[in-house]
Design a protein around this ligand. Sequence first.
Ligand code: NCD
Ligand code: ZN
Length: 351
Amino acid sequence: MLISITDMQTLSITKPDDFHLHLRDGMALSNVVNHTTAQFSRAIIMPNLKPAVIDTKMALAYRHRILQCVDKNYNFEPLMTLYLTDNTTVDVITEAAESGYIKALKYYPVGATTNSAQGVTHIRKTYAVLEAMMKTGLPLLVHGEVTDDDVDIFDREAVFIDRVLTPLINDFPELKIVFEHITTGTAVDFVTHASTYIAATITPQHIALNRNDLFKGGLQPHHYCLPVLKAEADRLAVLTAATSGDPKFFLGTDSAPHARNAKEARCGCAGIYSAYNALGIYAEVFDKIGQLDKLAAFASRYGADYYGIPHNKEQITLIKKEQTIPATLPFGKETLVPFRGGGTCAWQLKK
Ligand code: NCD
Ligand code: ZN
């Protein structure tokens, strides 16, 4: 049976924001950024470049490079972040807060993920800086995993809560902390019961996939990201949080492009490129459990409210119409395999 466009299910919402995004730099940046700007008005830009973005000067230069690549049809505001290191000073925080362009600092435990070699060796080394952040209201965005070899990779997030996050919150009860890309029921429970200073971002892959998807039909490098996918019960817990209407949980794709060669390698790197059709994936997963009406607030309101920025004015429309996802996309001199590359998504952005 032919279905006309008017019979098609559509969803119009305020243009969303992506509160966790990797854009990279140079040619790669110019290849990926407009997948994001088509769907999102603003994005929190991760600072894990090489070298890392560690001060306001570097962040403003990076912001300028991003804006130069933005398609002129879109209004896009990159919300910049700084990379917290053992050597970050209180002066760096003061300058960042005064600039008005720096919206947060990112805490990577050293060695936790892609480009985290400059990460923090022990959180206590940053206490003077965290004190300054608490006073200025700048949020700390945490990659919530311990990296100790004796901790099972599937337990890294839960152990982080016990060893790092709980003491941190006790010491800085009024520091805004975003627990990034949560993956477990343990993290959902923790955030749900924490103070309103604590929030969490949720990625498309952690609500669409579970750890079986890493191995289905053979090793699947394009499903490898950090934190690694978890068990089905965890996926369901994170999805329940995303659709709960609790404003502590909001959208952050963690879209993290890597060249195909670097993923399909002897030692493949971590990161899933979801920006190509991120909203389509969220819509598909929410729709599948009958919770599509929860998407607007999750994608367009809760994050902005947490960051204290106004809601966007533009609208976008999503349609329930199967979209074929390209197997590969250009990525500098290489190619990039998007999430679901070569497959389909049940929802797409109306162009
Ligand atoms: C991210 C990247 O590639 O920069 N990778 C990932 O698996 N998520 C880094 C990160 O956010 O951990
Ligand atoms: Zn990330």
